[in-house]
Structure formats: C-alpha cells, structure tokens
Design a protein around this ligand. Sequence first.
Ligand SMILES: CC(C)(COP(=O)(O)OP(=O)(O)OC[C@H]1O[C@@H](n2cnc3c(N)ncnc32)[C@H](O)[C@@H]1OP(=O)(O)O)[C@@H](O)C(=O)NCCC(=O)NCCS
Length: 252
Amino acid sequence: MSVDLEKILRPIDHEMAPYEPKYMMLASGEAVVVRQVFRDEIPDLLKHVEPLVHVERDYYDVVASRVYAELLGYYRHRFQDQYVLALQVDGELAAIVNGRQVTPKLGLSLHTLAMRRGLRIGAHGFAAKMEYHIDTLGHDEVLVVAESPIGFRRWMLEYKLEKRFDTPHELGGVPSWALTRELFNAARSKLVVGRRPVPADILEKAMEKILPPSDPPTPPLDPLAATRSLYDPTATALVQQRWEMEKGMEHA
Ligand SMILES: CC(C)(COP(=O)(O)OP(=O)(O)OC[C@H]1O[C@@H](n2cnc3c(N)ncnc32)[C@H](O)[C@@H]1OP(=O)(O)O)[C@@H](O)C(=O)NCCC(=O)NCCS
C-alpha cells in the first residue's frame, strides 16, 4: 500500500542533459569550478546551507531557508525537474545555484547563494545557470526574481531583464522577470565566462569532496541586529543590547 502511494507522491523527472563543468579564474587568482551536484551529494550541501538560515544580512535567511527546502525536496523526491550546481574553490564550497525546467522551452531560476563574498562568485554562478538553461536545455527564456537588493542589481539591472509581471513566480508568487535568449546573447561576452574542459586535477579535487566554506556569512552577535541597525545608524541600541548580553553572560 505505502509503496503504491509513493508512486503517486514521487514526481517523475523529465530527462535533462547534464551540465558540462567549467572553470574560471577569480580576481583572487584562484580557480573556481562550476559543476552539477546530483541527488546523492545533496546532504553535503544541506549542512552548509542550514547555518545561513540564521543570517539576516542581505536576505541570507530567506534565501537559505528556501534553498534548504528545495534541496531537501530534491533529495527526497518531492521536487520536479530541479538541477543544482555547486561552485568550488579548491574543493571548498563557494556558492550554490539551482533552478528547474517548467516546460521544454521555459526555465525557472530558483536561487543563487554565495558563501564566499566579494569575488563575484554568485554572479558567475547565475551566469552558469542561465547558460545551462539557454544553451544546454534549449529554453527560450528563464523566469527570474530577486529577493535581495544585491540580487536585483546583479540580475535585473546587469542583464536588463524584461518584466513578465502578469506571470507569478513560483518563489512566493511575486511578479516575474525574464531572461530571454536575446538578452542572454547580448550579455554573453561581458558576463558569461569560463573554460572547458576543466583540467583533470582541478575537476578531481572538486568531485572528490565538497569541503566546508572557509569564511561563510555568519549571524551577528546580537539577534536581529541587521534589522535594528536600519533604524539606528549610530548603533546605540546595538551597543546597549550587547552590554546587556555581556552582563547576562557574566552572571551565567
Ligand atoms: C546575490 C549574491 C548571490 C551575489 O553574489 P556575488 O556576485 O558573489 O556578490 P557578493 O555578494 O560577494 O557582493 C555583492 C556586493 O556586495 C559587496 N559585499 C558585500 N559583502 C561583502 C563582503 N563580505 N566582502 C566583500 N564584498 C562584499 C561587494 O563588494 C559587492 O559589491 P558590487 O555589487 O559593487 O560588486 C550574494 O550576495 C548572495 O548570496 N546574497 C544572499 C542571497 C541572495 O540574495 N541571493 C540572490 C537572491 S535574488
């Protein structure tokens, strides 16, 4: 009986061509590899996404919560036609991007989550997934939304995305934006970088193990500090709260 029910609950994924790995050099002089992560490796990503659920800054909390649910849904066969790419520097997890195929001609961008900041690793990850949708899967356009101002700058402004405001996006039902094949081709020379094939030693290191991010975003000492600081430019409330917390610790 339970076996039969599982047949109903479990979506049947459509066949999707795999993502061919690529690599590029970062401004730091390090090589970053972009490669696909399949179901069996998802638990290795989840443990690095979970701590970000508690980081309010730059909307990491919202994005990480959603990514966690999407990855878990994929792992446990409760998400249809999802793909996941990881960006790794020397094996170390630097970003995760994911999306899904809606129809053979329409793609949907889910998330981009950078764990190493300041090197445009997230931007490279987004470009890689758009390349996968348009060049590999043959989608004519990809529906995109931004949950954070940085995301809006990176996707809507840098790619000059078109409005598709009559189409609610799967992420929260908010109005969609679209990356069309024409927009992608216009951005290709400036925003889409990387070389193939990845040298064997670099790819082997990435495939061997997903190592923890060495400097991931962390929550502030004070809970909700990011929100409060928006209304408290001199951080007086923050300092006072920190004193209170320290007093509490002294008496613990
Ligand atoms: C959006 C995101 C993927 C972009 O990643 P990215 O391209 O690697 O860019 P970064 O986040 O490192 O940097 C973005 C900007 O913040 C600055 N920045 C923020 N924190 C930084 C840090 N710790 N070190 C260095 N720079 C930092 C960068 O200088 C950069 O400025 P620029 O836009 O003028 O270049 C990433 O910010 C992220 O994961 N944010 C949280 C989740 C999110 O919003 N995802 C997208 C949903 S739409």
